[in-house]
Design a protein around this ligand. Structure first.
Ligand code: 5GP
Ligand code: MN
Length: 630
């Protein structure tokens, strides 16, 4: 296959078939680029016109000698038609290489790419008064088809051969034309997708590569053709039961086994404002004890559990008021502080205080980490004010109405939510959807009421994207995209640029695609930052998540549901082991990447310290959160 043609076609069986059709066609076919440079001619073209491919490819159409037998303005007529994207069909004299003129029935079809632009022109030329030759060639193809039929026992192959016959023998009828134009459509579809470009570039490189490289590239192509490019192949190689359970429990949607159990999560009306609770009127009215507890909220080591106690389990409202005010969220949204307060209260009321982990303290903790990350220099360089506002709102709502059960559980139990969201990102879809329902249902708490429609759409999009990014099935996809599109390019620029490449750094940081990746990584890291908190906080979080998982296992056993994470059995679980696995599998790489970007030495120090703590307990074969008293 010539290099120019490689540019166009996927190396799939389908494209091989298309290529074969081109090569076997009795019509002379010529493909040019949008600026009418010849990119391909088929063998029939070569034999009819007397040129070799190599003499034509790369030449502009106008450089090829023209016949003087055409009407003087014919070329202009053709061009005025095809340049507008319309097909032209008519009789045209072409000049063969030997100077002879040949009359042809010509059809030129512009091939439109994504975005509506013309990418190529396909010209199909059939010599007139050349019946003999055409008949003969048809006979030859038919004869070949015949042998094919004889050697094949499969009916579908016979049908394939007949199709070849019909293309070659009934060239001018409608079915053939349809075939040609759908080929052009397939052609234009496959050119445009980025993955196709990548595959084509590799194909091209393969042509001039030594065998071992070409073979290695074959394996690369094999991987590229799979869909899950960013997720590791799960479930086979890891021997560690904790890792396996975490993978099974967090990274799948519980599709391992469906149960016929009737269990349905208790449905409940969303909570409205708890009117009986004394609520602060504004930041200034926050009780002194609570205000004092929040004084150190800008520090990473801030103790959220103190705030939980001081606020009687309503840390989200109070911390939200303080942090949103620090970032000027009300000014950005043009919303009264009273609306923000009502909104925070409604959101907090819809977290389940009965969950040991996924309650409003976890949301407040994620909000805290988010605000902390937003103050990092690199993050500030990358994000706009609207991104910051989106991140703070997303953190606040990201687990709202969490039932304290995993996606796998909900799918296995056939819960209403799993049915509503088709077993796909069930919880995350629910958190995002409910957040907007709660917000827009009542003007009193609608913090978006005073922003302009387009701004609302942008903000909403960003919030939804971030909440959905907390879904653990996409963990490796988000981390790998971040590393490939941000860490690596930045590292390369730092290596050879020094200060001179400020502009390139800025463009990596602020491109719209990369800002999305930064926001996703930011909320993901905030969401599972527990192992990077000071040891005491880290231990408390580990206790809470374990308890929530134990409660799920208890319930799975009670209800006869599949146990999605058998290691999280309160009678047998080693919490240190489960933390070691969680850190090894999900945390280390992600925080290495996030630290390389945002520079977080204190978090990395805590992580190291905490990891050693869990290792220490595990080496002593302890299963508990803490060593027994001396
Ligand atoms: P979230 O549901 O909080 O938005 O997403 C974070 C996920 O990571 C949750 O499924 C949560 O159960 C899990 N996770 C967070 N921290 C820990 C931890 O310390 N250990 C384990 N095993 N899982 C955790
Ligand atoms: Mn969360």
């Amino acid at each position: 296959m010539c290099a120019a043609l490689c540019l166009f076609f996927l190396p799939t069986r389908a494209s091989n078939a298309i290529f074969t059709a081109l090569e076997q066609s009795q019509d002379a076919i010529e493909i040019t680029s949008e600026d009418q440079v010849i990119q391909y001619v088929n063998p029939a073209y070569e034999s009819i016109m007397g040129y070799q491919q190599g003499e034509l490819i790369g030449k502009e159409i106008i450089e090829v000698p023209k016949s003087e037998k055409n009407k003087p303005d014919l070329l202009e007529t053709i061009n005025s038609c095809i340049l507008k994207g319309k097909e032209w069909q008519g009789i045209y004299y072409a000049k063969k290489k030997n100077g002879d003129n040949i009359q042809q029935n010509v059809k030129i079809t512009p091939v439109i790419g994504q975005g509506g632009k013309i990418r190529h022109y396909v010209s199909i030329n059939r010599p007139l008064n050349d019946n003999n030759k055409s008949e003969k060639s048809t006979e030859r193809v038919q004869a070949e088809s015949q042998t094919d039929i004889q050697s094949s026992k499969h009916k579908d192959r016979r049908k394939g051969s007949l199709d070849v016959k019909s293309i070659t023998s009934r060239g001018s009828d409608g079915s053939s034309q349809r075939r040609h134009s759908s080929m052009a459509r397939i052609h234009s579809m496959t050119i445009e997708a980025p993955i196709t470009k990548v595959i084509n570039i590799i194909n091209q490189a393969q042509e001039s590569s030594p065998m071992p490289v070409a073979e290695a590239l074959d394996r690369v192509l094999e991987i590229l053709r799979t869909t899950e490019l960013y997720s590791p192949q799960l479930g086979t190689k890891d021997e560690d039961p904790h890792t396996n359970d975490l993978v099974g429990g967090l990274m799948t949607d519980g599709l391992r086994r469906l149960s016929g159990n009737e269990y349905i999560l208790a449905t409940k009306q969303p909570h409205h404002l708890p009117s009986h609770l004394a609520t602060p009127l504004s930041l200034n009215d926050i009780p002194p004890r609570i205000a004092q507890t929040m004084e150190t909220e800008a520090s990473w080591d801030f103790d959220i559990f103190n705030l939980e106690a001081a606020t009687m389990k309503r840390p989200l409202t109070f911390l939200g008021l303080k942090i949103f005010s620090r970032f000027g969220v009300c000014e950005f949204l043009n919303c009264p502080e009273a609306t923000l307060r009502s909104w925070l209260q409604v959101i907090e009321a819809n977290y389940h205080s009965s969950n040991s982990y996924h309650n409003s303290t976890h949301a407040a903790d994620v909000l805290h980490a988010t605000a902390y990350f937003l103050c990092k220099e690199r993050v500030k360089q990358s994000l706009d004010p609207i991104d910051e506002v989106a991140a703070l709102i997303a953190a606040t709502v990201h687990d709202v109405d969490h039932p304290g059960r995993t996606n796998s559980f909900l799918c296995n139990a056939g819960s209403e939510l799993a049915i509503l969201y088709n077993d796909t990102a069930v919880l995350e879809s629910h958190h995002a959807a409910l957040a907007f329902q709660l917000t827009t249902r009542d003007d009193k708490c609608n913090i978006f009421k005073h922003i302009e429609r387009n701004e609302y759409r942008t903000l909403r999009q960003a919030i939804i994207d971030m909440v959905l990014a907390t879904e653990m099935t996409k963990h490796f996809e988000h981390v790998n995209k971040f590393v490939n599109s941000i860490n690596k390019p930045l590292a390369a620029l730092e290596e050879n640029g020094g200060n001179s490449d400020e502009e390139s750094v800025k463009s990596v940081l602020t491109s719209p695609e990369n800002r999305i990746l930064v926001k996703r990584m930011l909320i993901k890291c905030a969401d599972i930052s527990n192992p990077c908190r000071p040891l005491e906080l880290c231990i408390e979080w580990a206790g809470r998540i374990s308890e929530e998982y134990f409660a799920q296992t208890d319930e799975e056993k009670r209800q006869g549901l599949p146990v999605v994470m058998p290691v999280f059995d309160r009678n047998t679980c080693s919490i240190p082991k489960s933390q070691i696995s969680f850190i090894d599998y999900f945390i280390t790489d992600m925080f290495d990447a996030w630290d390389a970007f945002a520079d977080l030495p204190n978090l990395m120090q805590h992580l190291d310290n905490n990891f050693k703590y869990w290792k220490g307990l595990d080496e002593r074969k302890l299963h508990s959160l803490r060593p027994p008293p001396e």
